[in-house]
Design a protein around this ligand. Sequence first.
Ligand SMILES: Nc1ncnc2c1ncn2[C@@H]1O[C@H](COP(=O)(O)OP(=O)(O)OP(=O)(O)O)[C@@H](O)[C@H]1O
Length: 280
Amino acid sequence: MAANTARKTPAPPPGAPQAQPADIQIDIRNLGKVYGGTSSDNMVVALDGVDLRIRRGEFISLLGPSGCGKSTLLGIVAGFQSASSGTLLQNGRPIVRPDPSRTVVFQDYALFGWMTVQQNVEFGLKAKGMAKKQRAEIARSLIDMVRLTGFEEKYPHQISGGMKQRAAIARALAPDPDILLMDEPFGALDAQTRVLLQEEIARISSEAGKTVIFVTHGIDEAVFLADRVVVMSPRPGRVREEVAVPLPRPRTAEMRSDPWFVSTVNDLWETLKPEWQKGE
Ligand SMILES: Nc1ncnc2c1ncn2[C@@H]1O[C@H](COP(=O)(O)OP(=O)(O)OP(=O)(O)O)[C@@H](O)[C@H]1O
């Protein structure tokens, strides 16, 4: 059966609790983004009519072909750039600029090369003026959470790509954000490290109780991590399908062979394959 008819988020059964407005942390309505000039020749309509509501503590995977506007959407939610149309609210208030309540993990680590792991993780706390002892304690506990204890005094060039990404995750968690935005964070890692870090981020995000928006090209990664996979259409990007993931937490490696997991990944691949082929 075609994926886009098979697994729309089912309506809750009568009497089941439904998402109330108060549960909605990020509310995106009819969002559009146009890049570029004044004539249609040099304008790029990156997003058009994006509608998405995200609950507090929800893990959303944003999946779609290259160029569909995933990074653009993430950048707008981060407050790095503004939308051209539509509304974007966090807890009912418009997002207009970056804010420590939303932090970002990029594919390329974005660690400061001249700072140790400990200093990188402490950076945002120091910028907030937090006392040395307190920030060192917070950094140590986050370094422990991402399993980097023992590497506090290493510089980024002295650790592996996977370790750099763990450090970047700890640094993003340090200001205790409500929302963690991750833009293909494991895209530059080898396949084995990627699988290990997927399990780590599934554990860390539920331990830390954060809302996560995770941009990825990886269908299995998207399904493994998310409470809900949001599939975007090719440019101009909009939400084309949502798949609620019924797998329990914590997510474990065996779930990758769960029949629901396997068939959902296959269905999504069948749906997205023509677009991936076009984008090649
Ligand atoms: N600053 C910019 N100026 C002009 N066009 C842009 C700019 N940034 C992105 N675009 C265009 O907007 C569209 C969406 O880009 P975006 O990077 O958001 O997509 P994406 O889904 O994240 O792609 P990928 O998966 O390849 O990273 C693309 O056509 C891109 O070329």
